[in-house]
Design a protein around this ligand. Structure first.
Ligand SMILES: Cc1ncc(COP(=O)(O)O)c(C=O)c1O
Length: 379
């Protein structure tokens, strides 16, 4: 029965061209990818990774990972609260808090195995029965899932509609209010209106849970992210940042008021009941952050901005050449853009952001319909 049930669901997905498939990459993360196609290796251009600064395959970080493995071994052996929390994790948390201190004064950091885990942990732990969560409808899936696990009341407001958020805050009677938003929205690449959101939070004594997965490393001075982009600093922000996107390694962290962080250590089940990430990863991540926040990061961010403009110019030319296809030029000026078509149905190859490496062929010019296209500094 189970197999029949699942097979029916798979057939339905096939019929709607919505079946998810994995592609096997036979090359390191980078713009020029080799994809296994049976026995052959197909060269493709990747417009779908989050390696915005081109650090994921950096040789210095490979060396740092190897050095970390020699110093700390391979596995952490236990959860952070048992005996898996090494000096490499501790150093990483201090470096993160120091990097972000200009935007999050007095905050401390807590490292997680992934952004998904961090968001679920955060909302489930902070969103208790005393709280209300106000979440933008286009927030990332991990925030939606975290809100579902929370015992708090959840109010979802239409994307970017701060008038609706303000009305919900006004009407809210719970003592704890958490406004939950992506900094850079992960499919469209638009920015949350953080100055206005923070002003509302101040007015209503609310806190802001900010998922800056796509802003960190990319935006603002030293790549400090969306808050720095707007020149904001606040003790009211509980920031979740990922380390597998612009930082090029893996994992995530929450950076917030020390009492919030200690509260998570006590109550966040996805933090407590899981084996700590390998310390060698923490060590490599610390090395990567030194690059991201320094002069090299500035140069990579400048190159990324140039690539974003190049992508926009190229897309604009295609949109102008083929108006009948109904493609719309993305608004976004971040590395993530939605390039959507009013007329074209999503197609598998096209949806996932891969292009044939043979530029200039008719096929290579096809855009991803409905999905995000991403620019990368090394493209
Ligand atoms: C906005 C946002 N938040 C969280 C995550 C999850 O991060 P991770 O990949 O580290 O689990 C993602 C991943 O794509 C994301 O786009």
């Amino acid at each position: 029965m189970l197999i029949e049930h699942l097979s029916r669901q798979l057939r339905e997905r096939d019929a709607q061209a919505l079946r998810r498939r994995r592609r096997v990459l036979d090359s390191p993360c980078g713009p020029h990818a080799l994809i296994l196609d049976g026995a052959a290796r197909r060269p493709l251009l990747a417009f779908c990774s989050n390696d915005y600064l081109g650090l994921a395959a950096d040789e210095r970080l490979q060396a740092a990972l190897a050095q970390g493995a020699r110093r700390w071994g391979v596995g952490s052996g236990a959860s952070h609260l048992v005996c898996g929390h090494s000096r490499a994790h501790e150093d990483l948390e201090q470096v993160l808090a120091d990097w972000l201190a200009a935007c999050l004064p007095g905050a401390t950091a807590l490292a997680f195995g992934s952004g998904y885990m961090a968001n679920v942990a955060l909302l489930a732990a902070l969103g208790d029965a005393q709280a209300t969560l106000f979440t933008d409808k286009l927030n990332h899936a991990s925030l939606i899932d975290g809100a579902q696990l929370a015992r708090a009341e959840v109010r979802r407001y239409p994307h970017g509609r701060l008038d609706r958020l303000a009305a919900e805050l006004e009407a809210c009677a719970t003592p704890i209010k958490l406004v939950v938003t992506d900094g850079v929205f992960s499919m469209d690449g638009d920015l949350a209106a953080l100055p206005e959101i923070l002003a509302l939070a101040e007015r209503h004594d609310a806190w802001v849970v900010l998922d800056d997965a796509h802003g960190l490393g990319v935006l603002g001075a030293q790549g400090r992210g969306s808050l720095a982009h707007f020149g904001l600093a606040s003790e009211r922000v509980i920031l979740m940042g990922t380390l597998g996107k612009a930082v090029g390694v893996a994992g995530a962290f929450v950076c917030a008021h020390p009492v919030v962080i200690d509260g998570l250590v006590q109550a966040a089940r996805p933090y407590i009941y899981t084996t700590a990430a390998p310390p060698s990863l923490a060590h490599a991540t610390t090395c990567s952050i030194a690059l991201v926040r320094g002069a090299e990061g500035d140069a990579r961010r400048a190159r990324l901005c140039a690539r974003i403009e190049q992508l926009r110019t190229g897309l604009a030319a295609i949109v102008a050449e083929r108006p009948r296809l109904g493609w719309r030029l993305p608004e976004s000026r971040t590395p993530t853009s939605r390039w959507s078509s009013a007329t074209t149905r999503p197609r598998c190859g096209c949806r996932s952001g891969w292009r044939r490496a043979a530029c200039g062929s008719r096929r290579s010019a096809r855009p991803p319909c409905r999905r995000a296209a991403r620019a990368c500094a090394s493209r």
